[in-house]
Every structure is written in C-alpha cells, then in structure tokens.
Design a protein around this ligand. Sequence first.
Ligand SMILES: Cc1cc2nc3c(=O)[nH]c(=O)nc-3n(C[C@H](O)[C@H](O)[C@H](O)COP(=O)(O)OP(=O)(O)OC[C@H]3O[C@@H](n4cnc5c(N)ncnc54)[C@H](O)[C@@H]3O)c2cc1C
Length: 750
Amino acid sequence: MIVTDYSIGILQYIPFFYVIWSDDLLSASEISVVQKVIELDTSLNVDEKHQLRRWLKRDTPPFDDEIKNWKQTIANSKVRLIESDTYPLSSLSQRLVNSENLNDHLKHIEVHLGIQPNHYNHLFDVEVVHEKTSSEYDANILDEILKGEHARVVDRFRSFLDKPDFSWQVLRNKEDFRNRILQQVQLLGEAGYGAMAYPPEYGGTGDMPAYAAIFEHLMFVDGSLAVKFGVQFGLFGGSIQKLGTKKHHDEYLTDAGTTKLLGCFAMTETGHGSNVRGIKTTATYEKSSDSIIIHTPGKNDNKEYIGNAIHSKIATVFAQLIVNGKNEGVHAILVPLRNENHEELEGVSVKDNGYKLGLNGVDNGKIWFNNVKVPRENLLNKYGEIQEDGTYASSIKNPNKRFFTMLGTLVGGRICVARGALGGSKMALSIAVKYALNRRQFNDNVKVQEDLIMDYPTHQLRLTPAIAGAYVYHFTLEEMMKRYSDYSQPDKRKIETQVAGLKSIITWFANETIQECREACGGKGYLLENRIADLKGDVDIFTTFEGDNTVLLQLAAKGILSDFRAEFNSAGFASVLKLLQTQLSDKLTAINPLYSNKVDAKHLYNPKFHRHAFDYRTRRLTYTLAMRIRNYIKKGIPSYQAFLKVQTHLLALGKAYSVELAYNIFCDHYQQIEDLKYRALLEKVGCLYALDQINKDAKWFLEQGYIGGTKSKAIRQRVERLSTELRPHIEVLVDGFGIPEHCLTAPITK
Ligand SMILES: Cc1cc2nc3c(=O)[nH]c(=O)nc-3n(C[C@H](O)[C@H](O)[C@H](O)COP(=O)(O)OP(=O)(O)OC[C@H]3O[C@@H](n4cnc5c(N)ncnc54)[C@H](O)[C@@H]3O)c2cc1C
C-alpha cells in the first residue's frame, strides 16, 4: 500500500527526491551530496534518515508508484514553485511543510547539486513571474566600472554622438554610404576626437587608452565609421606619428587629425598580404635629384584593399627601400596621390575595390605607382634614414630587428581592431538579450502565458558565457592598451606577442558571438533594421586585417617560446626544456586522482583552480612544442620546415596563452573593485568564462588526465548552472556595456 502521509521530516525532502529521480542520471557525486546532508540534518529522526537513504539507492530505485505519490502530494498541497525565489526548490519545501525558515541542509543540496530551475520547473505548478530582471545590481555602476578612468571622455563622446549626423541609416548605394561616413569622420576630426592619441602640440591629448575607448563606441554607430576613422587617424596619422620624425609631425600631423589632409595606409599588395616583408613595391633613392622613386614593378605588386584610397590626398606607402643599389628592407614613405582638385597625380593610378561583404561605407581601393618621384624628406625616418650625403643610416643595425621594430609601433592599431570587434559583439549581445526578454514562445498548460525565450536554458547557455567573455576581454584590452602606451617601458616585444594572440582570439570570439546573436533573434535577427546583419558583415574581416589571425597566432606562439627562454635568463634551449619539465612535474604532483575528479562547487568556482588549469595547459603545450621542434632540428630538418611541422601546435599554444592572459588580467582587475557586491558579481562572470573555456577544451584536459570524466561533466553542468544563475542579472549585464540609447536603434530592442 502506498504511504500518503509523510512525516514533516520526509515531506520537506520530497520535492528534491522528485527532481532527482525525474532525471535518470543520478550520479555518484549527486548521491554523496544528498547522503551527507541527510546524515547532518538534525531535524530528521533515525527512521526518517533510514527511509531517505533507501530512496537514494541506484540499484533499487523507488517504485514508479512512489514517485507518482510524491507528485500527487506536491500537487495536492497547492503549493507552487516560484521561479524568482533565490532558492526555488528549498522555498517550495519550506512552504510545503509550513515552516518559517529555510532548511539550510536543503539549501546546501540545491546549491551543490547543480540542479537548475529551468530543468525542473516543468515538474511543478509554477507561479508565473512577470518580473524579468532583478534589481539587485545597477547597470550604471557596472558601466562606471567598465569606463574606468575614461569616464569623462566617454560620457562626453556619447553625448557628442547623439545627433542626427550619427544616426544609423540603411544606405545600400556605396557612394551615398561612403559620403555619409566621410562626413562623420570629418565631424569627429574637427571636434578633436581623431587627434586624441597625438601629442597636445598637434591637437591631441596623447591619450591612446581613451582613444581606444571612444573607438569602440564608433562600432555602435556603424562599423564603416569605426574602420574609416581607424584608417585616417590610427593607421595614416599613426604611421606619421610613430614612424616619422618632428619634421613630419610638424608638416602633417595636425592636418591628419582634423581631416584637412585625408590619407591612407598602403601596405598590402595583391601578391603579398600576410607576408609584408615580401612586398614588391620599390622606393629607390636617386641621388642626382635627391628624391625617392616609388614604383610598382609587376602585375600583382599593386597595393590592394587600401582603406580611404578613393578619398585620400596622400598615402603612407610601404616599399623596399633601395639606396645605392642596396635593399635596406621595408620602409614607409609619404606619397601624394592627388592634387587640390582631387585628380590623380602623374604616375599614380587608383581603382575602386567595389562592393564588399561588409564595410561598404569604406572606400577600399588598389593603387599603382609608375616611377612616382617624392622628395627624400618623405621617408618616415625614425628607424632608418637617407642622410644628406645619400647614404643610408639606422640606429638598428639588424634589418630583421628594424623591420619588426617598425611594425611593432603599429600594435596599438591591433588593440583597437580587437576593441572594435568586441564593441560589435557587445552590441549584438545587447540586442539579442533585449529581444529574448520580450519574445515569448511555447508554454505548457500550467502556465498562463508563453515562456520568455531568455528563460530557456539553451538560450541562457548561448548568450551568457559570451557576455562573460565580453567582460573579460574588455578589461584585458583596457590593460593591454595601458601597457602599450606606457612610455616608461620602451621594450614592447612581449606586448606585441600578447596582442597578436589576443587580437586573434577576441576577433574570433566576436564573430562567433555575433552569429549566435543573429540566430538567437530568429528571423528578426536577419533584418537589416535590427543591426546584427551589418555587424556580421562588418566584423567578419576583423579576423583578417591588421594581421590574419592564423598567421598572428603563430607569431604569438614563437614569441612565447622566446619569452620562456628569456624567463630562464637565456640559459639555452636544453636548459629551458629541463626547467619546463621540472615545472610540469611539480604541477603534475598536484594532479592526483582526487584532484582530477574534485567536483565540489568551492573548488570548481575557485579562481585558483582556473588559473592552475590555464597555466598547466600553456606550460604543457610550450614544453611539448619545444620538444618537438628540438627533435626535428636534431634530425637535421631546417628550422623553417620544423616550424611548419608544428603549425597546429603553435596555434593551440597561441590560443591557450591568450586565454590565460585574458583571465589573469581580468582577475587582477575585478579583485580591485571596492564594492564587494559588484566584485562578487564579476567574480561569478569570470568564473563562467573560465569554466566555459575549460569546457570548450575539455577534450585536451581529459587527454592529459588533468580532469577526469566526472569533473568534466561537473564543469559542463556548472557552466549551465552559472548561466542560469546569472539570468536575473542578464539585462543589467548588457546594459552595463553602456551602449547609448541613441545607438541602440534596433526595433527589436524596444
Ligand atoms: C576591407 C579590408 C580593408 C583593408 N584595409 C587595409 C589597409 O587600409 N591597408 C593595408 O595595407 N591593408 C589593408 N587590408 C589588407 C589586409 O591587411 C590583408 O587582407 C591581410 O593582411 C591578409 O592578407 P591577404 O588578404 O593577402 O591574405 P593571405 O596572406 O593571402 O592569407 C590567405 C589565407 O592564407 C592563410 N595563410 C597565409 N599565410 C599563412 C601561413 N604562414 N600559415 C598558415 N596560413 C597562412 C591565412 O590564414 C589566410 O586564411 C584590408 C583588407 C580588407 C579586406
């Protein structure tokens, strides 16, 4: 006979047992959590404990009738599950037994079992909750935290953008689109925003980090605006600032900053993109006329994809500098393209690249030079110059080092590209979340209204880890720009390595996120008016320009290998390997079976665990990579070929290193936040990012024995759980990005 009159002690556990047995996958760790609680719960007598323990046996599960009885008992009580309760299941139990207090033991089960309201609410009568978002956190405070020290500049800039000139429009004709974007760039230049990163004597404030912050905001207006702005002020103006000397600054920088002089940055050629060192354009010094002759020698040696090419008067042209018959390597030379009437100068030929997948407000073009003569002074001569006597001189003797030093000065642009992509993903996430908080689809008969799509666990899992990523990468890029702009640290090699990796993972992250957001908005996401379509087209190329991601990651990995050598005082390859091996075995001693299957929340949520996992991955990949290269070289394989053989390994290391770097920077930042409530929120956000990253690479961690199957499963569940736990705060989290209302124009956000 079925028992219907449960004691109070048993009754309070019934919702939990009902949930546990509705999911056939009762794991050993789940059983042990519940068992432990039952032992500790002093509100239970011996018989009750015995009964509850009996219901926990996997080999003799409760009969179906028993489970039906639990269901009936809960249904008859008329007590409903309130989703918005902090501990919905414990609160349900509390109300079931008419108790005034929550049983802490039950709370413990609820917190530690990884069961989520969205997984079990179909089992109960649910009280419909109309409230969409908790008011526990204030988006303005998050926004202030993100703005950091740029708050004043950013606030002013947001107001500046609040005018019809910057309203978003659908312009499918490229000429109209380009004209509008040009006007916007001119307005920004005239208002002093273009010159921000230049020194005060050229109209700026020398504040590169603030420049990066406003750059990101341009993505909220239009991707084409951000890119054309970046080309004019960052690439063209920046090349004069960083590669030129005072005479160039005095002559060009102020006008570049106000847009009185429009210019472009002509590096890439049709035949040579990623391999800049291989470009073919020549810049030959002619002593008799004291000038440099710029020439496109062959069919595919023209410049290509050059932004601002159609509107520019002048270009920074990268070419092989030949002085007295000797090739001194790639240098940058200012080459006028057009006269006052905007007619092409003799020997210059420019052709429109036409329509593109995105960024159609930017005028990209091809440029040919047919023996174009420019004065010797036009060589941007900070790192190498042609002296008055016609000889070449450089303070950096090694041509290889000179080339990388020149390119290294342009790393700020790469940080901005990542920042722009991040801005695109923040915009898409804000749109998708706001839509999901209004859009309802499906319900069961229990509910009066259909469910918000934001309440689906799948939706939470699609958007929340990406929001966490956006927060982590925001702080990462802020910090990288700060380090890059710190002139007291002139050696930027490490930062170059780091930025190469971060640019890659962040622009890829942005593309994946925008695609996910598009799908998360269903058909509405595909409509131009809702902005995600353009973000997709625009942000796509961020993975390629300013360095193709696959190529950059290899650069990053090579930098990491050299960094390790430096870390060990240039002790030589063999000693580096030895030291790495020792470090790894030190780490491995921590990884015993107990560690690799440790699944309690305290451990999984502890940043120390995340840092350990990331550090272990980076070091292990570095060690195995170094070993492989050494073995190839020992066999007599030339180093170029050896590196080719380990290309995929290089990529894995580049990514692993970048994720670790981003997470470490994020942790260092949120730990500085004084308001403990917000610090805790961001810790949770960081935890979600870290566990999501480990989960995405679970195969690797499992292969290495770093985590066991149980831990891998627990991590996956925790990612879901954290995504659900952050659900009440999701709108605040995206509002914290601070995208101004006048930019968030997508009708589906209203
Ligand atoms: C819209 C747009 C705007 C641009 N603006 C400018 C600008 O203003 N100024 C400018 O100078 N340039 C500009 N570029 C050019 C851009 O920087 C290049 O497209 C980029 O550097 C890649 O070169 P590529 O297109 O020749 O590709 P490639 O170098 O040919 O690469 C093609 C593919 O080959 C792969 N690949 C190449 N080398 C390797 C390798 N060693 N190992 C493994 N895989 C490899 C890459 O991963 C990539 O997938 C722009 C491009 C676009 C599309």
